[in-house]
Design a protein around this ligand. Structure first.
Ligand SMILES: C[S@@+](CC[C@H](N)C(=O)[O-])C[C@H]1O[C@@H](n2cnc3c(N)ncnc32)[C@H](O)[C@@H]1O
Length: 428
């Protein structure tokens, strides 16, 4: 079980705002997709002192990363579930006790202090009971929601499912993509980073990234090592045209622009495209930014290289977004798979004869990956799979499938990585 280092607010009334904020972040994160980001960006959280804000974030994230075993421990002690906010109080109480090294009296007293009067006795009794019999919060078999874990066991096998579930509890390092690969050594030294295969920098640095060397100059952007693979596989050259069909917030658009391609970045979300524009401005890169539905975009152009980083259940991103595991529903996979098929057909219509198409999703679910490729090849004549070579683009060799597509599982890279499925096609 990981212990999270963070400075602690006191356990008395002075420490309550940070804990109340953690409670609100947790409630927002579990309320639906994008809830975690909304919770972290809430004005009440932003208004906290930096130390309290860091504690609130660390507490909410530690709770989400261990939600499976925390809930198992609580269910064993609470016969009739109390209201959701009281359940969340018990969850952050348990996380303080066993993950944040909060002294037991401070964890219990502060949690009871935030609890409505009718439930103070229950919260006090449950948390004190846990301190007497500490639960095992590191069991991979209860890290993920049961329905999802059952799927992973069926698809990947018992051992692989365990290995990937074991990463749910781990806090990831920060991965960076560089504007200029020639700067890798200099920036790696300045950022105390390791250079991964493919050129991603990985650093264990903490704190505000806007103060890190190279941020103001736009020398890098945050992008998980797996997320950097699809654009490398497209291999867009200076002078070529490239279309990024689902572009926001823009990590892959930046890679395409840095490669020298003439890039069109499409997304249907205006607010998310604003982030693409900000990222382009900071890095001094350029792209044509278009707000449109990619499935119905009325534009006659075809491109040398097309990327479809499709909307998906995002179950592969659980290291940075542990909330995705708990808000995803089996029906999401079905409905998103239908969207992905429609977008893949639209992407194919944009590829020039002889051009390349890369399809990717940060999902671990085969309906959104392998099944999309099989369906596409069955529907669409004129496209063939362009098999990815071992080690190409810095992808882990363990991720390469016999058909030349990539199924990157989070444990395929030492230290972890986002889960991705990636396929490359060529237009006749
Ligand atoms: C996985 S994210 C893309 C991440 C992005 N490629 C990056 O690397 O930063 C999926 C994006 O698809 C967009 N999207 C969803 N449906 C779309 C559609 N029909 N047309 C265009 N964009 C869409 C969402 O707004 C979201 O920004």
């Amino acid at each position: 079980m990981s212990q999270i280092e963070t400075s602690q607010p006191s356990g008395d009334a002075a420490g309550l705002p940070a804990r109340a904020a953690a409670l609100d972040i947790l409630g927002a994160a579990l309320s639906g997709r994008s809830g975690l980001d909304a919770g972290l960006a809430h004005p009440a959280v932003k208004a906290l002192e930096p130390r309290d804000r860091a504690f609130a974030r660390a507490l909410a994230m530690a709770t989400l990363r261990h939600l499976g075993p925390i809930d198992a421990a609580l269910q064993a002690r609470v016969k009739k579930p109390p209201p959701e906010r009281v359940v969340n109080l018990l969850r952050i109480g348990a996380a303080q006790l066993f993950l944040l090294k909060t002294p037991p009296h401070a964890a219990v007293d502060s949690t009871v202090g935030l609890t409505p009067p009718a439930f103070k006795g229950l919260v006090n009794a449950v948390l004190r009971g846990l301190t007497r019999e500490p639960p095992n919060l590191a069991d991979p078999d209860i890290m993920a929601p049961p329905w999802l874990y059952a799927r992973w066991r069926a698809v990947f096998g018992e051992a692989e499912a365990r290995n990937l579930a074991a990463l749910i509890a781990q806090e990831p390092a920060t991965d960076l993509s560089l504007k200029d690969a020639g700067q890798a050594e200099v920036l790696a030294a300045a950022l105390e980073a390791e250079v991964l295969p493919g050129g991603t920098l990985r650093t264990e640095r903490g704190g505000d990234v806007t103060g890190w060397p190279g941020f103001d100059e736009g020398a890098w952007w945050i992008q998980d090592a797996s997320a950097a693979v699809p654009v490398r596989l497209l291999d867009a050259k200076p002078g070529e045209t490239a279309l990024d069909m689902c572009a926001a917030p823009g990590g892959k658009t930046l890679q395409l622009a840095a490669a020298g391609a003439s890039v069109t970045a499409l997304d249907r979300s205006g607010p998310r495209l604003q982030r693409v524009a900000e990222n382009l401005a900071r890095t001094g890169l350029s792209a044509e930014v278009v707000e449109a539905d990619a499935a119905t975009w009325a534009d006659g152009r075809a491109f040398d290289a097309v990327l479809l980083d499709a909307p998906c259940s995002a179950t592969g991103t659980f290291r940075r977004h542990p909330d995705v595991l708990w808000v995803a529903r089996p029906s999401d996979v079905v409905s998103l798979a239908a969207v992905q098929s429609r977008l893949l057909d639209a992407a194919a219509r944009r590829v020039k004869p002889g051009g390349r198409l890369v399809y990717c999703v940060c999902s671990l679910e085969p309906e959104e990956g392998e099944a999309q490729v099989a369906g596409f090849l069955g529907r669409m004549s004129g496209f063939t799979l362009d098999p990815i070579a071992p080690g190409e683009a810095g992808a882990p060799e363990a991720s390469l499938r016999p058909d030349g597509t990539l199924r990157i599982l989070p444990h395929h890279r030492p230290g972890g990585t986002d889960g991705f499925y990636i396929a490359r096609f060529r237009h006749a």
